[in-house]
Design a protein around this ligand. Structure first.
Ligand code: ASP
Length: 341
């Protein structure tokens, strides 16, 4: 695996004053895979990906780099830092770039996209895309997703909207979107909040501004604090919490029942962890709805915890990791969560 190999490819030739300039950062995933279901999986590069997209060079002047070529299960917080810094550096150095497209595996796409949304301050858009079907599959979605992502990254109306995820003709705010299906091309959705826009054949329609609120300066962050997620279910005890604390967790997000509840069996482990300074954020395993950020009767099983609001638990983990680089005071962390609703 060649992470961050700055393999700059001049993929397109015709530069014109009118044409936007879109920079593609390829990280891997199903969009860049072949023989996905055969057990003998292969990979294709960003240059190969572009060859699959007819007329993409009529949309924009395109450059590309191969950041990595891995499934998104191999994307780590260390790689988030590297990816975010790399994008920020490229945008700083290249005022001619209109927007950035990141190709990524779909499994952890929402986490990477949210991390980028919280850490890339530049107003130029970052569009994260991928595919649900491998590059040599039937009815493949990767080329259309890449084509539409280049359209959106090159659209001046996309400026200031932060990081977005685009699949299946739908544009979502990174903050709102999650993967809700294991196999279908329309796997991504933002229930209740909805899409930020769509890429119709004749136009890009913007429905609303994504709710983008906070930018974290990671220029001096060398390592993100460890934050784990603990799933709550009937009869669960505190073993997972004790284990995560022993492994060095500085924060724990609970995927709680209903409006963020835990079980009596977890209580002692929670209290032990809190004595050691571990910050708790209460979320819900329901998949939608909110958990009150301040203390609320709905989740009083973890006194003094911060609620996720309507962030899902994997996104709450990303936000807590970044929040812990600033403070470990739950009151301050609650303000950060409130600012990110
Ligand atoms: N396993 C793949 C990944 O996340 C799935 C995909 O890209 O759709 O890398």
């Amino acid at each position: 695996m060649k992470t961050a190999a700055a393999l700059l490819l001049a993929c397109v030739s015709i530069a014109s004053a009118q044409k936007p300039h879109v920079h593609i950062v390829a990280t891997g995933g199903t969009i860049a895979s072949t023989n996905y279901y055969s057990g003998n999986q292969g990979k294709i590069t960003v240059a190969d990906l572009l060859k699959q997209v007819p007329k993409v060079d009529s949309l924009a002047t395109i450059t590309g780099e191969q950041f990595s070529n891995v499934a998104s299960s191999a994307i780590t917080p260390e790689l988030w830092l590297k990816l975010s810094r790399g994008i920020a550096d490229t945008l700083r150095a290249r005022p001619d770039i209109t927007g950035v497209v990141v190709t990524h595996g779909t499994d952890t796409m929402e986490e990477t996209a949210y991390f980028l949304d919280l850490t890339v301050a530049d107003p130029r858009p970052v569009i994260v895309t991928g595919a649900m079907r491998p590059s040599d599959g039937i009815g493949i979605d990767g080329p259309a997703n890449l084509y539409n992502s280049v359209r959106v990254a090159g659209d001046t109306a996309a400026r200031g909207r932060g990081t977005m995820v685009l699949l299946n003709d739908e544009i979502f705010a990174a903050r709102d979107v999650a993967k809700y299906n294991t196999v279908r091309p329309d796997a991504f959705a933002a229930p209740y909040r909805g899409a930020a826009g769509v890429t119709d054949p004749e136009r890009i329609a913007w429905y609303r501004l994504p709710s983008r609120h906070a930018t974290f300066d990671i220029s001096k962050v060398t390592e993100l604090p460890r934050v784990d997620i603990v799933y709550v279910y009937a009869g669960v005890d505190g073993s997972a919490i004790d284990a995560f604390v022993a492994a060095g967790a500085k924060g724990i997000v609970t995927a709680g029942v209903g409006r963020g509840g835990t079980t009596g069996g977890m209580r002692d482990a929670i209290l032990r962890a809190k004595k050691k300074g571990v910050v708790f954020v209460s979320g819900s395993r329901t998949g939608s709805g909110s958990v009150s950020i301040g203390s609320g009767a709905s989740r009083d099983t973890i006194p003094g915890s911060v609620g996720t609001g309507d962030l899902n638990v994997q996104k709450a983990r990303v936000l807590l990791m970044l929040a812990l680089t600033r403070t470990n005071d739950p009151k301050e962390i609650a303000k950060i969560f409130a600012a990110n609703q």
